[in-house]
Design a protein. Structure first.
Length: 205
């Protein structure tokens, strides 16, 4: 079969997130299967050519790439009116030119880090069952909703006092309403479904 199909144009639109400092740039292309959160330029330089290019813009403070969108967190002293169209144009051109988004091996490297972090938590047999239940609930009910808002949530740990620690990434990190979501939504659900859970606290990823 001849490959005569021309590439469909890159469509891109913006969506608000609950965090006034973050905006979601949604494309009609799969950019990265998974989640890639870049808070610092150094991590982006190591793993994400798109992230690196965005960090070179003076108004970009954080970049979060997931599936078909990029959430950009801006520096406080810039307004979206001044930079939104520039960012839109920049991301659209970058994707159209086939620029590399996230380097191969990123997920594996992050998973290894996660494992090293997690290895410091020793769970008893009963706790392992609870932890699995909590992870499943977060993945099934919380993650999809948080992703719609341009962010991500990861389970970090569960301790014997019943405290669940989660990591907030992307637009959720530093978002004023994320605390409300965390306390009323996530904590409420986990307490109902997993009686051992007493509280949910968050760390910024």
């Amino acid at each position: 079969m001849e490959n005569t199909a021309t590439k469909s144009p890159v469509m891109l639109y913006t969506e608000q997130t609950p965090n006034p400092e973050s905006l979601k740039f949604v494309t009609n292309r799969m950019l990265f299967k998974g989640t890639a959160d870049f808070r610092e330029e150094d991590l982006a330089k190591e793993w994400s050519p798109l992230g690196t290019a965005l960090f070179e813009l003076p108004y970009v403070k954080g970049v979060y790439i997931c599936n078909n969108f990029v959430s950009v967190t801006k520096e406080f002293n810039y307004s979206w009116e001044d930079i939104m169209l520039k960012l839109k144009d920049f991301i659209k051109k970058y994707v159209e030119n086939g620029g590399e988004i996230v380097a191969e091996g990123f997920e594996a490297a992050m998973a290894k880090l996660e494992e090293e972090r997690g290895a410091s938590y020793e769970y008893s047999e009963d706790e392992t069952v609870i932890v699995q239940k909590i992870k499943d609930l977060i993945d099934t009910y919380v993650k999809p909703a948080v992703e719609m808002d341009g962010g991500n949530i990861e389970f970090k740990s569960f301790d014997s006092d019943g405290i669940v620690t989660v990591i907030l990434q992307g637009a959720c990190s530093g978002c004023p309403s994320s605390t409300v979501t965390l306390k009323s939504g996530i904590e409420g659900m986990l307490k109902r479904m997993v009686p051992e859970v007493k509280e949910v606290v968050s760390e910024m990823g």
